[in-house]
Design a protein around this ligand. Structure first.
Ligand code: SAH
Length: 346
């Protein structure tokens, strides 16, 4: 609930108005793990709240800490045991958490592990927040940046995403600045426009990965629905409405999208939009046979873009020693469970 909603609820429960502020502060500032810890609330209210609005908690199922760079990957179980992964990363500019927006994903991108088991369900706003809050509790660190780049297509879970962002940026809550939040989309054009219209003005990243519709269709099924021309229009609309340049994510896949021609096409798309390009050497997923170009080829691809006046960075590779790619940890866990709990047919 937003603070005004909580105020209404407290009124209906016959509570004084200031209780709403207290509860909101416990949940979103002090990061209380449950109602029982809210010690300045009457005990009777705490139990009534627990009955009417069960507190969302996530449980840590697995935690991997990279020995290379301190990146931490968490596998969380939601209240219904659905599995979701989140990542904690340290950067020079602060600590960043990458969260999942859905349990699984139905977008079907060929190189992505999150989609291998399909979509199970959407995450609730509280389940998105709780990934960040639980990581803050466990690490004891301040979280200054959030990226919605874990499992799921955030714009496919639109209403929950918007509510989540509203709570995350509430000045009485975690109060994250809009510019330190990035939402990444595979390109649901109508929703990109809706998102622009809402004026939340967070950073938007578009997963482009190919510069012709033909090639994009071979790696991203969503390209059958929306063309690159429509995507570029939606990006300029986003800029017009929010004043934020869109970033293009481009996962470099050897012999698929790393040619000279691809670089030229990419520059032609990014140039007019002044889009920043984030190159991500594709993270190999066991079930797929995609490889990333070697480091030198990645640097050369970057150089080509720079020579054409494009602003480009190579995504720093973090956590290479701990199932780094989108959805790998969860997928492996699901497979392990299949092995240890065979179906009745054996
Ligand atoms: N559904 C959203 C957000 C989740 S994926 C989206 O498509 O943008 C976050 C980013 O990681 C996307 O750019 C996605 O294409 C990319 N990605 C997924 N699997 C990857 C892999 N194995 N290697 C490199 N990038 C990958």
């Amino acid at each position: 609930m937003t603070l005004p909603e909580l105020q209404d609820t407290m009124k209906q429960m016959g509570q004084p108005a200031f209780r709403a502020g207290q509860v909101f502060d416990w949940m979103h500032r002090k990061l209380a793990p449950d109602y029982a810890s809210m010690t300045n609330l009457p005990g009777s209210l705490r139990s009534r709240l627990e009955e009417s609005f069960p507190y969302t908690r996530v449980r840590v199922i697995d935690r991997q800490i990279s020995r290379l760079d301190g990146t931490q990957k968490f596998l969380f179980a939601m209240p219904d045991d659905a599995l979701v992964e989140s990542v904690f990363m340290r950067y020079k500019f602060g600590n960043s958490v990458c969260i999942s927006s859905q349990v699984g994903c139905r977008m079907g991108c060929r190189f992505c592990a999150s989609t291998l088991d399909g979509l199970v369900r959407n995450l609730a706003p509280s389940e998105m927040l709780e990934q960040i809050y639980e990581i803050a509790r466990i690490t004891g660190e301040k979280i200054s940046h959030v990226v919605v780049m874990g499992t799921g297509e955030p714009l496919d879970n639109f209403d929950s995403l918007v509510r989540f962002l509203t709570l995350l940026t509430d000045e009485k809550g975690m109060n994250l600045s809009r510019r330190s939040i990035t939402v990444s989309t595979c390109g649901l054009v109508p929703r990109m426009r809706d998102f622009a219209d809402l004026g939340l003005s967070v950073s938007l990243a578009l997963s482009l990965h190919a510069v012709t519709d033909e090639k994009r269709r071979t790696i991203m099924p969503i390209a059958n629905t929306y063309s690159i021309a429509e995507l570029m229009d939606a990006c300029s609309y986003y800029f017009k409405k929010t004043g934020r340049q869109v970033t293009f994510e481009y996962s470099l896949i050897a012999d698929v999208n790393d040619s000279e021609e691809d670089a030229r096409g990419l520059a032609a798309l990014a140039g007019p939009l002044k889009a920043h390009i984030n190159l991500i050497p594709v993270n190999p997923v066991r079930e797929r046979n995609y490889r990333h170009p070697d480091d030198r080829a990645v640097r050369e691809f970057k150089k080509k873009l720079e020579n054409m006046g494009i602003n480009v960075s190579i995504r720093r590779v973090l956590g290479r020693d701990i199932d780094g790619a989108c959805g790998q940890l969860r997928h492996r866990r699901l497979k392990d469970a299949e092995v240890s709990a065979p179906s009745e047919q054996g």
